[in-house]
Design a protein around this ligand. Structure first.
Ligand code: GDR
Length: 341
């Protein structure tokens, strides 16, 4: 296998850690950007580095902010990556209503600068942008690469803008640039700011007798939930193809938030009806009603498909939260992934 070097922005996040593990297992030298040295969110990376000393030696962390254009350019020149995965984002839709400017800076302006730097300094590098199903907003499911963007949040608006920049960089700037439009993808490495992990963590607390209920917002929203390690495989495959394209990564199955609660409760024999309460603090000014993806193209071109069902995902996440106990550490999902190191 020829030697490959990848740069991952947002490497300490859920997708970043899974992708780093995948690339290390394939022999890559992996450079990842983290925001702060020593931050608790970097603990999973440290753990990955310890899984195998040879793979760990190929994992390099760089501390900085992707909004710092000059620093990012210097880093690109220093690393000269063959592949760049832009996973860094203000990724919380609810937060974007409260912090639209920061969301715009990170999710749109910084992507523009990064594309410019890639074009100027490493034009042969392959570029992956983490696009989002939220961009479809009001467009009813099923949503594919051809569906219209009708964003309903500052988050979705910024992601849609970045998506267009990446497409232009491919079509007019001759970059090998790919948008991966991922639908919701979850794992025990999710933070509790997202509903699936909040539910899994809440169920584990109920099982331990530490809580009675889970307080949630909109239960009727329909999402297409898949298992994150499968989605980073799709990201990697999209950069190995002969030509750059945009792809939807999704399971093609939609469930309400209420159903996800039911799956999580069923996995430990709880009656979900007795376990949820509504708290309007978690309602959003606008909430996307339904996203269900059509990943036909990813299957046909990349041979990629999502296999883990939402019910299996809920069980995996609840089990991990029960195993973790009340320690709140983030060394999650390690038995399953030890083999990847
Ligand atoms: P989403 O994920 O906004 O779809 O974006 P999230 O898990 O935050 O919300 C999913 C749905 O659950 C409803 N909901 C709640 N959400 C949260 N976070 N907390 C609650 O208490 C709660 N109660 C109900 C929400 O209203 C929503 O309808 C995720 C992120 O990962 C994005 O970065 C990514 O782009 C998209 O998925 C695809």
């Amino acid at each position: 296998m020829s030697f490959r070097r990848a740069l991952i922005t947002g490497v300490a996040g859920q997708d970043g850690t899974y992708l780093a593990q995948l690339l290390l297992s394939k022999g890559y030298e992996v450079h990842g950007i983290v925001r702060e040295a020593g931050h608790p969110s970097n603990s999973m990376l440290a753990h990955i580095a310890q899984l195998s000393s040879t793979a760990g030696a190929r994992l390099h962390q760089h501390v900085g902010d992707i909004r710092n254009t000059q620093w990012m350019a210097q880093l690109l020149e220093q690393i000269m990556p063959n592949e760049v995965y832009n996973l860094a984002a203000q990724s919380n839709v609810a937060t974007s209503f409260a912090e639209p400017d920061v969301t715009h800076e990170i999710n749109y302006v910084a992507v523009n600068s990064l594309l410019e730097s890639v074009r100027r300094l490493v034009p042969h590098a392959r570029f992956f942008q983490s696009s989002s199903s939220e961009m479809f907003g009001l467009t009813p499911p099923p949503q594919s690469e051809e569906s219209a963007f009708l964003p309903q949040s500052p988050y979705a608006l910024a992601k849609a803008g970045a998506h267009v920049l990446v497409r232009e960089a491919r079509e007019e700037g001759n970059l090998f640039a790919v948008n991966g439009i991922s639908f919701n993808h979850e794992s025990p490495r999710r933070s509790t700011a997202f509903v699936t992990r909040k539910i899994a963590h809440g169920v584990a607390c109920i099982v331990r007798g530490e809580a009675e209920h889970i307080e949630l917002g909109n239960l009727e929203a329909i999402r297409d939930w898949g298992y994150a390690p499968e989605y980073v495989e799709g990201m990697w495959r999209s950069l190995q193809h002969d030509e750059p394209h945009d792809y939807v990564f999704a399971s093609g199955r939609g469930h309400t938030v209420r159903e996800f609660v039911q799956f999580a409760c069923d996995s430990v024999g709880l009656d979900w009806r007795e376990r949820i309460t509504h708290d309007e603090a978690f309602d959003r000014p606008h909430d996307v009603k339904a996203t269900i993806g059509d990943a036909t193209k990813a299957k046909a071109v990349l041979g990629w498909s999502a296999t883990t069902t939402a019910a299996e995902l809920a069980r995996i996440m609840v089990e991990a939260d029960i195993e973790r106990g009340s320690r709140h550490v983030s060394f999650l999902d390690m038995p399953r992934l030890a083999a990847w190191g």
